[in-house]
Design a protein around this ligand. Structure first.
Ligand SMILES: [Fe+2]
Ligand SMILES: [Fe+2]
Length: 194
């Protein structure tokens, strides 16, 4: 399926604001992919479709996951909004005809992050956080950092997400903590080696 067709389908299935966010993530993923020698076309598709699972309203996420036979972990059961990532992988395959594993991985990890993410998945994760319709203190600096150093930007992004989740008494998915720790351990070892 061509990107234009995907855009049409997505536009018809999401509220206007969510669709505009998806377009912005697609654009930003393109920008970051170019900076890091990542397949631009794949990054654009993964960015565009990252929230396609949002066509299910979050209050129906648990029922939908059960209906589709999607495995639900304890954290997702108690914070079903997280499931839009797994639902997104389902719709990307069934509705948008995506078979490419790296595109699907970008969608799967865009909410929690995870250790061992591909460069493309990092690009999508960061594009979701740093696209121009978002605003938070320090966003411009993080946007620049994401173009220079994907891993450093991921480290800051995890820290910011974890702080936010703590602030609002939300659950922290183990994949997020594992992703954060993976980079923290690397940095610690580098410091020790100095
Ligand atoms: Fe999302
Ligand atoms: Fe998003």
């Amino acid at each position: 399926m061509e990107l234009v067709q995907m855009k049409e389908l997505l536009k018809a299935s999401l509220p206007v604001k969510r669709y505009e966010h998806s377009l912005a993530v697609c654009e930003t993923a393109r920008e970051f992919a170019l900076a890091h020698d990542v397949d631009v076309a794949k990054a654009e598709i993964s960015g565009l479709l990252h929230d396609c699972g949002r066509e299910v309203s979050s209050r129906d996420n648990l029922d939908k996951a059960a209906e589709l036979g999607i495995e639900v972990d304890k954290i997702e059961r108690n914070q079903p909004i997280l499931l839009h990532a797994k639902l997104g992988v389902y719709y990307a395959q069934k509705k948008y005809g995506i078979t490419d594993k790296t595109i699907l991985e970008g969608i799967l990890y865009h909410t929690t992050g995870a250790p061992h993410m591909s460069k493309l998945a990092k690009v999508v994760y960061l594009a979701d956080l740093l696209e121009p319709t978002r605003s938070f203190p320090g966003i411009e600096e993080m946007h620049e950092l994401a173009k220079m150093d994907l891993e450093k930007a991921m480290f800051k992004a995890y820290a910011q997400t974890i702080r936010y989740l703590l602030e609002y008494d939300l659950l922290i998915h183990p994949s997020c903590i594992a992703g954060y720790n993976e980079i923290a351990i690397k940095y610690k070892k580098k410091k020790l080696a100095r």
